[in-house]
Write a protein that binds this ligand. Sequence first.
Ligand code: IPD
Ligand code: CA
Ligand code: CA
Ligand code: CA
Length: 265
Amino acid sequence: MTADIPALEALAVAIAREAGALARQRREEGVSIAATKSVLADIVTEADREVEDLIRERLRDARPSDGFLGEESGAEPGTSGITWVVDPIDGTVNYAYGIPMYAVSIAAVSGPPVAGEWTALVGVVYAPAIDELFRATRGGGAWLGDRRLEVEPEVSPAGALLATGFGYDPATHAGDIARVARVMPIARDVRRIGAASLDLCSVAAGRVDGYFERGLKPWDHAAGALIVEEAGGRFGLLEEDDRGRPLIVAAGPGLFERLVVVALP
Ligand code: IPD
Ligand code: CA
Ligand code: CA
Ligand code: CA
């Protein structure tokens, strides 16, 4: 099976823009938290569900035999060999508080719909509140709007601005804090942007030099990982902890291994 990658990309871009516009409109109308999922930080709004329903419906209409994996509505296997991996609103806490760093993340992957085993073909991350659209296709480069993205190949740790995130599972927090404490002294500074997809796009765009976080889910990183790699950076889904949570590291080629050494475990 050969996939028509430009057609998949055009579809993902159109749906991400429509979904982003809906998220932004709902934000302007006022957002309330619909439910708390696992812990206080792990919230879902009506908009998360509505936006995922829209994306799922558009994909089903356009490509009924593809599979789907979304944060809010789960997995549905397909028969075409292509699966769409979707985070309808990445950065829901930012969204709920009116911080503009949230994004719709859509990836088309081939092979088993399992992070680490699939091949990402297309990745689109659209941040509607700042109207920035990041996209990449396998072999076709990474782009922010019309600008091709290329990471700085050599950045020394001492000059590196890094980003991180804290997963929802409280069992990771001690490790998260210890990791930040190890990284801070060797880096310029550390940011917590609050949306993993935008952390990854920030690496691709050179807005940060590296990113690390333990415990992301496939929909958090599926699109952003391809955007990093197509910008010439490295993305690693590294050793899982005892609860199966991988450590994610992304950085330019010169910094990546050094960051891995400090960030692990
Ligand atoms: C979360 C965000 C956050 C990251 C969490 C993710 P959500 O996704 O990307 O930055 O630290 O690990 O779960 O729940 O806002 O889609
Ligand atoms: Ca969530
Ligand atoms: Ca997410
Ligand atoms: Ca989400």
